[in-house]
Design a protein around this ligand. Structure first.
Ligand SMILES: C[S@@+](CC[C@H](N)C(=O)[O-])C[C@H]1O[C@@H](n2cnc3c(N)ncnc32)[C@H](O)[C@@H]1O
Length: 443
């Protein structure tokens, strides 16, 4: 091992914890400072700490009189990284991990801190088996919370929702998500792209549920390939692709995408319409809209107009104008913990209540934009019922002119509720990101 990647990993972790930045964004940004041969260890270690934070802090608090809440940020972060590596990575490196961690704090001029780190980590190494045994004896909710690193409130909530499957749910949400890509059918067909990628030694197979999707088995730096630069595909999760498959827009339609950035669903719809018709792609954050504009050029799409707009404000000029509306609303993100593990620690009840009201308002506005023959797809990347079926139900009760539309033909035979107009996707059942997708029509 080598200390240089450790220094960067600690800096990255500090940004994630102190500034509450998304791990995937910070990692992608900081990766350039890490030697190529350490990239995989760097990424795995940073994500591993975030994913197993409650477990790690429980171990540190068992082994130290000074508790994690009282520790200096540098010392705490070094300990978190080392404890992760001691418990989750190759055993043979344990002593190197301790030595490098102690050295890191010493190099900062903190001799007392380095002695403390040494004592906690040596103590941890000596007591590893005892600690695991003690963890296994914790009362059930606490055990699940510590072992899989989810706040206790979420364990209690999910026990109510998933019953005896809760442990499977926790495990599935801690499992690394596959990298999926969407074939740009304006430029190439799926079988042809498979051939091109395989010729380069990139192993791919077809997604089970998404007709335009491929799973990349050995995903590193896929965006450096000429196929990516030529716009033959985009990175998009299979669940997100299904939302387009459910929308299934006809050529020459007019679509409003109310929460469009970074553009996955807009771009998929544009490809499905064969670059005909028109899509207005809106988002409240102008910085994120630039991402869509860049993608339009790369993919060769010309039927999209990008606009900054707040979806909670009704746009009178668009009432009953759209053939389709996409309302891919901001949400708690509890379905994408596999990709952004910090999501499990961040949400409060107040935030949830605020977000539900925003979602409801966006849905209400969306419903006003569709023509009499139009269709609206509402989606979230959360498994939280309050943001999903319950929200749709509330809307339908308050708005008698609307109903759920049968989508069973769009998702083949796989989802029971598709005939009733919606699907619920779960990592533990489908191996995909947790999503809710519903199609609503006027009646
Ligand atoms: C789930 S993401 C959309 C993902 C996107 N549809 C895609 O497939 O790539 C939700 C988006 O809603 C945007 N957003 C949040 N509040 C908004 C508002 N009031 N009006 C419009 N967009 C909003 C966020 O910036 C975020 O990009």
């Amino acid at each position: 091992m080598n200390n240089s990647y450790r220094t960067q990993a600690i800096e990255t972790l500090k940004k994630i914890f102190k500034d509450k930045s998304y791990s995937n964004i910070v990692i992608n940004n900081d990766m350039k400072n890490v030697e190529r041969r350490f990239l995989s260890l760097y990424r795995k270690s940073v994500l591993g700490v975030v994913e197993n934070l409650i477990y790690i802090d429980w171990i540190i608090n068992e082994m130290s009189v000074t508790k994690t809440k009282k520790m200096e940020m540098d010392v705490l972060t070094v300990l978190r990284l080392a404890v992760y590596q001691i418990f989750f990575l190759d055993k043979s490196h344990e002593n190197i991990v301790v030595n490098e961690s102690v050295q890191y704090i010493k190099d900062k001029g903190n001799v007392r801190g380095s002695k403390f780190v040494n004592a906690v980590l040596r103590n941890t190494l000596r007591n590893k088996d005892k600690l695991t045994a003690k963890m296994n004896e914790l009362p059930e909710d606490e055990y699940l919370s510590v072992k899989y690193s989810y706040p206790k409130e979420l364990i209690i909530k999910w026990k109510k929702q998933f019953g005896k499957d809760v442990e499977q749910v926790l495990i599935a949400n801690n499992t690394e998500a596959p990298l999926e890509i969407r074939v740009n059918t304006l430029k190439i067909q799926r079988d042809e792209l498979i051939k091109l990628l395989e010729e380069k030694g990139i192993k791919v197979y077809k997604c089970k549920y998404a007709d335009k999707g491929l799973v990349i088995e050995n995903p590193f730096e896929i965006d450096k390939t000429s196929e990516y630069k030529d716009g033959l595909f985009s990175v998009q999760s299979e669940s997100s692709m299904l939302s387009g498959q459910i929308l299934n827009p006809k050529e020459n339609s007019f679509i409003i995408d109310m929460c469009a950035a970074p553009g996955g669903k807009t771009l998929n719809a544009a490809e499905m319409m064969n670059n005909t018709g028109k899509i207005i792609a809106r988002d409240i954050y102008p910085g994120k809209l630039k991402l869509i504009e860049n993608e339009l050029k790369r993919l060769g799409i010309s039927n999209v107009k990008v606009e900054k707009y707040d979806a909670t404000v009704l746009d009178e000029s668009l009432i009953e104008k759209a053939d389709y509306v996409i309302a891919d609303v901001p949400c708690t993100g509890l379905g994408i913990i596999r990709r952004k593990p910090e999501i499990k620690y961040n949400k409060t009840d107040k935030e949830l209540n605020d977000i539900k009201e925003i979602q409801y308002k966006i849905l209400e506005n969306a419903s006003k934009y569709i023509k009499q023959t139009g269709e609206l797809v509402y989606s979230t990347c959360t498994t939280n019922l309050e943001e999903n079926f319950e929200l749709i139900n509330r809307f339908l009760k308050n708005n008698k002119g609307y109903a759920l539309a049968d989508i069973s033909e769009n998702v083949h035979e796989y989802f029971d509720a598709a005939g009733q107009g919606y699907i619920e996707i779960y990592p533990h059942l489908h191996g995909m990101d947790g999503f809710f997708i519903a199609k609503i029509k006027r009646i």
